[in-house]
Design a protein around this ligand. Structure first.
Ligand code: FES
Length: 104
């Protein structure tokens, strides 16, 4: 386990034990204030949309084309947007801070 900081849609920050070796989405969808992740991580629903804090953006692998394409169609897209099902939570990401994006 490693620390994952999650800001919910009310703006409240939570410190969560992140599931190392799994996608960030796998931790977030178990939370009452997390993500729906309707497609189960197939990169097709965007209900796992989060904003990654500026300090962490460069430490994540760049999004693949299918993730970029899905994100660019979102009304709430911004520079920190990522699909949490496409981010593997590695030990190096201990302390990662993400904000749950609004529902589309
Ligand atoms: S869970 Fe559907 S795109 Fe991430």
């Amino acid at each position: 386990m490693a620390l994952l900081k999650v800001v919910d849609r009310e703006g409240i920050e939570h410190a969560v034990d992140g599931k190392v070796g799994l996608k960030v989405m796998e931790t977030l969808r178990d939370l009452d204030y997390g993500v729906a992740a309707i497609c189960g991580g197939m990169c097709s629903c965007a209900t796992c949309h989060v904003y990654v804090d500026p300090d962490w953006r460069d430490r994540l692998p760049a999004p693949m084309a299918d993730e970029r394409e899905l994100l660019s169609d979102l009304a709430h897209y911004d520079d920190g947007s990522r699909l949490s099902c496409q981010i593997e939570f590695t030990p190096q990401l201990d302390g990662l801070r993400v904000t749950i994006a609004p529902d589309e």
